[in-house]
Design a protein around this ligand. Sequence first.
Ligand SMILES: [Zn+2]
Length: 293
Amino acid sequence: MRAYTTAHLRVDLPQGHPFPLYKYQGVAEALKGLLPILPAPEVPREALHLAHRPEYVEKLFTEGLSRQESLRLGLPFSPSLLRRALFAAGGTLAAARDALELGLGLNLSGGTHHAYPDRAEGYSLFNDVAVAVAWLRREGFRGRVLVVDLDAHQGNGTAVFFQKDPTVFTLSLHGERNYPLRKERSDLDVGLPDGVGDEAYLYALDEALEIAQAFQPELVFYNAGVDVLKGDRFGRLGLSLEGVRKRDERVFRMVKTLGVPLVVVMGGGYNRDPRLTVEAHAGTYRLALSSLA
Ligand SMILES: [Zn+2]
């Protein structure tokens, strides 16, 4: 077992920008000693073309994003930002291959589920899960894929990528009143009220996972965003650290019952207490290892 990281890649951000670069370093630090942590490989441009609109990809490499497009992304566009996104997506691709080979693939980055086929949005330049699925298809993987997106925000981009693909089931549990305000249609959307606590959350999750399981997936991607934690700057939900552990446990238990490979990607996490963000993310990966490795 191994995990991929983008922690070594720097990005030029304005001082005080809320993007939590610190957590990639923190999570890698917290997990070293448990398993080898490798620098994520760069995603082949060809893989980006398979999933995204090629014009969009090429525009990023030539012109970058306009001011307006950067506002929508929530990050100022720069070569360092593009570079980091290439490795973050590459990490998910490598983790997906690991999953098929070893049963479990871990990317300590990725989960950029707001990227659409033709545009960037919400900290997401490339939709790493869509890119990985497209690449696996190209390599001949034909199995049914389930995307379990438990980040606090709807996986709107992911929903659009797979809307017309009957071989991929998208499940998103998210804050109904939270970003993105205009929701897309996943195969199963569960919108939760602001401030939802552990009990109500886990009840809704149990119901959703039961439906998702009936799809009989042969590969599962898990967006394990921890912005569901109480005290998150953007999440608006109210889970405890123990609630997040129980959430993860349910996903891993389902995967174990199904006996299928799992890919874990990081997703969001912007707690006012940075230590909590790191602890929650690291907890997800530790539990994945102890339950599935
Ligand atoms: Zn989020």
